[in-house]
Design a protein around this ligand. Structure first.
Ligand code: PEP
Ligand code: MG
Length: 759
């Protein structure tokens, strides 16, 4: 059964549009279940009716015509109860409704299963049988499994259709909304540019081309390139492989022949598809066919075709590299955005980012916030390979993306963009003003840095220090570990730029989602694995070089602070302190006279919350990493879009932990700061100030907004609000209470500028 299921899903996945996908589903499920009818009804959101969209067994002419409201018929019942329904004699059921046009009266037994995607009912899958019989438990389980698997595929096919004009009702190109998670606040209206990872055939988008001859030429050149490579490879292997083993290369060469794969691609190009799209189409058809074969040898051929496809694509992409055009108001879209992709866009053109993978705390989102670019992450259902060149709206406040927006929606969002621009201009005037509440309380606002671009922005926005310099960022953009001298130069630049303000440099925090290409860490469970201080304590040579470079860089400046990430207990802290002292001694032995800098520890693992006093006793300051602390307290992967809506730094458990940290630090007479993204959320910042954090460290983009809000409120009022919030046990209620309170104070505009758009 599992194999049948796998095959059906694969076939459906490869279907060219929704109609074809549904056609395959009804045909294959009917066969697999040995039933006489299989039908799919989909819920049309406009009419709120379940519409018969495909059937094998009922009258095909009733497709698109027969429909029922959720309170009608057995299909409506399955949809509203969100449960399977298994009836031996359907017509005896009080909810049975008869549709003459389907020819349904001949079928006695009925088994229906709801198709649910992300908690939303998409439709109902039904099988029927002439004779009266109860479908058995195994059959029921199969249908439920089938619908669960198909839900995602249908959602995807439906979305793709609505984007390229193959919509459910055949209505042509429509506005469609895709939900992800907020990555960086702000709104943008622009044109999608899909960026592909190198030579990944599956994600090549469809693209229409006018100049077919040029495309054919490109493809022929690629074919020639791969042929030459194959011959060269075969010759190279001549001494190591027997001739029969080398026959594989001949197979490859044969596949490339004009009469085979090559010719099929040419045919598709001639329909106006670009060479890369044509290649993807042909290769995936072949791969699917091979993968469905029962013969193991033939199944293996699928990987040969894939390999050939990738090789051809690599050639085609090389030829394309110079021709990627970035229009004005460009919105970059990719399966997984990387910081390098952002760097490719000419200055001034990039207005928004959309990533299918990742969440608000992925590094690319952190970069986006530093650069002030509206971003939506984790839009898992976006058929991104189909949207190159179309109009998009990115709503980074709510984590939503709109494809082909209507004129009205575009106008509404253009107004939000303009309001934002004016607001930012107004906020610039705040630069020279202190962050002081209405009742005279000073709240130091610091920045998080990593990129050099952050330094300039931080200075423009009046930061009072650096609360977190992520040293892994300069490590990430290199091809090997930077030497002590190279690190020294980079760190010196930071320290000089902010002097005399303090700069908190965190020791290398790699692992988890932060990978160095030259130091790969492959783990099943990277966030619970070898990361942060665990790596550097195991590699004292890396830690010592880094801390020596920091210390030397601070010579004569005296504004360095060192911060230790991912500390889970006293032992790690003591070992790290020991190494820092060793570095300090070595540097002084080299004749460089510098004082021992303040050393702090990050509180980002729940264990550290409970040992906060013991840790505080041994260090000079504490800094809460609310990104990781939230992830570990709630057991929610900060990069997994499926659970992104559970990731919430305003969860009561997180708020209680934060209060405990402040209390513990102060009881030991040590200052405590917070440097996770939470500190840059204006509403959350009000609570953090009230809790007693000694400084808030955030990305430069949000700093003026936080400053504006804190200047409009009194510490007294903030404390009242905190006291009220701490009595609430539900995160949703905390959010709304906070929003309402700030709105009542006339401070709503800073919370959510796009909140009044009804899309
Ligand atoms: C944090 O965990 O809150 C933090 C600031 O560190 P990073 O996001 O770099 O893990
Ligand atoms: Mg962290």
């Amino acid at each position: 059964m599992l194999n049948t299921l796998r095959k059906i899903v694969q076939e459906v996945n490869a279907a060219k549009d929704l109609k074809a996908a549904l056609g395959i589903i009804v045909q294959r499920v009917k066969e697999a279940m040995g039933s006489q009818v299989c039908s799919v009804y989909l819920l049309d959101p406009e009419s709120n009716r379940f519409v018969l969209m495909a059937t094998d067994g009922l009258n095909k002419r009733s497709i698109g015509k027969v429909s029922m409201a959720p309170n009608e018929g057995l299909v409506g019942l399955v949809g509203t109860r969100e449960e399977p329904l298994n009836l031996e004699n359907a017509s005896e059921h009080p909810r049975y409704r008869y549709f003459a046009e389907t020819g349904e009266e001949r079928y006695a037994s009925f088994l229906g299963s709801p198709i649910i995607h992300h908690r939303k009912v998409m439709g109902v899958l039904v099988i029927q049988q002439k004779e009266r019989r109860q479908f058995d438990e195994g059959e029921e389980a199969f249908l439920v499994t089938m619908s669960a698997q198909l839900a995602g595929v249908i959602a995807h096919a439906e979305a793709t259709g609505s984007i390229r004009g193959l919509g459910k009702q055949g209505k042509g190109i429509q506005e469609a909304k895709f939900v992800g998670v907020p990555g960086s606040p702000g709104a943008a209206v622009g044109t999608a540019v899909v960026v592909l990872p190198p030579a990944d055939l599956e994600v090549v988008p469809d693209k229409h081309v006018e100049d077919i001859t040029a495309e054919l030429l490109l493809f022929n050149t690629a074919l020639e390139g791969v042929r030459t490579d194959m011959r060269a490879l075969s010759a190279k292997m001549a001494t190591q492989l027997r001739p029969e083993e080398r026959a594989l290369f001949d197979v490859y060469l044969m596949m490339l022949e004009d009469a085979a794969l090559g010719n099929e691609v040419v045919k598709v190009i001639k329909t106006g598809q670009w060479a890369q799209g044509a290649l993807r189409q042909v290769v995936s058809e072949h791969v699917n066919r091979f993968e469905l074969m029962d013969d193991a040898y033939l199944r293996e051929r699928a990987s040969d075709v894939k390999d050939l496809g990738r090789r051809l694509l690599a050639y085609l992409q090389q030829a394309r590299q110079q021709t990627l055009v970035y229009p004005d108001n460009c919105i970059l879209v990719s399966e997984e955005l990387s910081p390098a992709m952002l760097g490719e866009v000419p200055e001034g053109k990039l207005v928004g980012l959309v990533s299918v993978q990742g969440s608000g705390n992925s590094h690319v989102a952190i970069f986006a916030r530093a650069m002030g670019i509206p971003t939506v992450m984790g839009v898992v259902d976006l058929p991104y390979s189909k949207i190159d060149g179309i109009q998009l709206i990115v709503d980074g406040y709510h984590g939503e993306v709109f494809t082909n927006p209507s004129e009205l929606l575009r106008k509404q969002y253009a107004e939000v963009v303009e309001e934002e621009r004016q607001l930012t201009q107004g906020l610039d005037a705040l630069r020279g003003l202190p962050c002081e509440t209405l009742d005279g309380y000073r709240m130091p606002l610091w920045v998080n840095t990593g990129l050099l671009a952050d330094v300039k922005r931080a200075q423009e926005r009046g930061a009072e220090g650096v609360g977190l310099y992520r040293t892994e960022v300069p490590f990430m953009i290199k091809e090997r570990f930077p030497s002590e001298k190279e690190q020294l130069a980079i760190y010196r630049e930071q320290l000089v730029a902010f002097h005399p303000l303090p700069v908190t440099m965190r020791s290398l925090d790699i692992g988890g989602d932060k990978a160095l290409s030259y130091f790969p860490i492959k783990e099943e469970n990277p966030f619970l694995g070898w990361r942060g201080i665990r790596v550097t304590l195991d590699h004292p040579e890396i830690f010592l070089v880094q801390t020596r470079a920091m210390l030397k860089a601070s010579e004569g400046l005296d504004n360095l602070r060192i911060l230790l990430p991912m500390i889970s207990g006293i032992q790690e802290l003591e070992e790290a302190l020991h190494l820092i002292h060793r570095s300090w001694g070595e540097v002084r032995d080299e004749g460089i006279d510098i004082p021992m800098p303040p050393v702090g520890v990050m509180i980002e693992i729940p264990a550290a919350v409970y040992q906060v006093r013991e840790l505080a006793r041994q260090v000079d300051f504490l800094s809460v990493g609310s990104n990781d602390l939230t992830q570990y307290l709630l057991a929610v992967d900060r990069n997994n879009p499926r659970v992104a809506d559970l990731y919430d730094f305003l969860h009561p458990a997180v708020l209680q932990a934060l209060c405990k940290v402040v209390e513990g630090a102060h009881a030991e007479g040590k200052p405590v700061s917070i440097c996770g993204e939470m500190a840059g959320d204006p509403a959350a910042a009000v609570l953090l100030m009230a809790m007693g954090f000694d400084s808030l460290s955030m990305n430069a983009t949000n700093l003026p907004k936080v400053k504006w809000l804190l200047r409009q409120i009194s510490l007294g009022k903030a404390k009242e609000l905190l006291a009220q919030v701490m009595t609430i046990d539900n995160p949703q209620v905390i959010h709304s209470t906070l929003q309402l309170a700030l709105r009542n104070l006339g401070l709503g505009r800073m919370i959510n500028p796009a909140s009044n758009i009804q899309a």
